[in-house]
Ligand binder design. Structure first.
Ligand code: KIV
Length: 275
């Protein structure tokens, strides 16, 4: 009955919230990637990725939209179900799309759908002071939550572009406060996007929960990138923090393994990937 307990002593036990906390405590970096379908789910699992996010970035890399704003709950459910069929060891996290968590009740209903129907083990929401109560409500119903701060792509039209966040002192202090408040509200993981490396390190040191960064420098507990960026599938201008792991690899599995190795041995991110 308790399959989780049976698998605990297997050579590749499934990653859970406790595993992520232990990795932070032990100083082992958490290797994280996005995935959008079962085939890549199998590959990221095989390559040793710890944390897999079905990101609403699928709106851009799969659906061809200019932003993540058009992504719907139905889209997220479809892709989360597909990835869930491919991954076994990694911790599977699903993004809550734009306006799917505007109220506490709506957030709870949609988080439950992503877990029960989609197979996600955690939901991620773009967060700030207005979402603290929502995170608390979800956590109070035992929904594991990843709170995403820094650059929040769903706010692109409000902010006026995809820009590095937290560069000035006041903005950096606000972000630290937000991270602490979200942790106190019950967030199990904080995700930092596109912020100065020093601020990434300061927030990570202040928090007890694991911090995963994308363009947040080397001092966070784990690194996440968009799968299509590391496999050089994305065309056009790439963000400074990405690295093409297909260079020198014979195929996607080898490239994903190279990413995992580089995160674990701390050779990624290098100075040129940081702000
Ligand atoms: O949607 C996504 O892929 C994300 C990552 C960029 C972290 O939120």
């Amino acid at each position: 009955m308790y399959t989780q307990l049976e698998q605990r002593n297997s050579p590749r036990p499934p990653v859970n919230v406790g595993t992520l906390q232990k990795m932070k405590a032990d100083g082992e970096k958490i290797a994280s990637l996005t995935a959008y379908d079962a085939s890549f789910g199998v590959l990221v699992d095989e390559a040793g990725v710890d944390f897999v996010l079905v990101g609403d970035s699928l709106g851009m890399v799969i659906q061809g939209h200019e932003t993540t704003v058009p992504v719907t709950m139905e889209d997220m459910l479809y892709h989360t179900r597909a990835v869930a069929r491919g991954v076994h060891r990694p911790f599977l996290v699903a993004d809550m799309p734009f306006m799917s968590y505007a109220t506490k009740e709506q957030a709870l209903g949609n988080a439950v759908r992503l877990m029960q129907d989609g197979g996600a083990k955690m939901v991620k929401l773009e967060s700030g002071p207005s979402q603290v109560g929502i995170v608390e409500f979800l956590a109070g119903h035992d929904i594991p939550v990843c709170a995403h701060i820094g650059l929040k792509p769903q706010s692109v039209h409000k902010v006026g572009g995809f820009r590095v966040q937290g560069r000035d002192h006041d903005a950096a202090e606000r972000m630290k406060r937000d991270a602490i408040d979200l942790q106190s509200a019950g967030a199990d993981v904080i995700l930092l996007e596109c912020i100065p490396a020093q601020l990434g390190g300061e927030i990570t040191n202040e928090l007890d929960v694991p911090v995963i960064g994308i363009g947040a420098g080397p001092h966070v507990d784990g690194q996440i990138l968009v799968l299509y960026d590391i496999l050089d599938i994305t065309t056009g201008r790439k963000p400074r923090f990405t690295r093409n792991f297909m260079q020198g690899a014979t195929g996607p599995l080898e490239a994903i393994r190279a990413f995992v190795d580089a995160v674990k041995d701390r050779s990624y991110p290098a100075a040129e990937h940081c702000f």
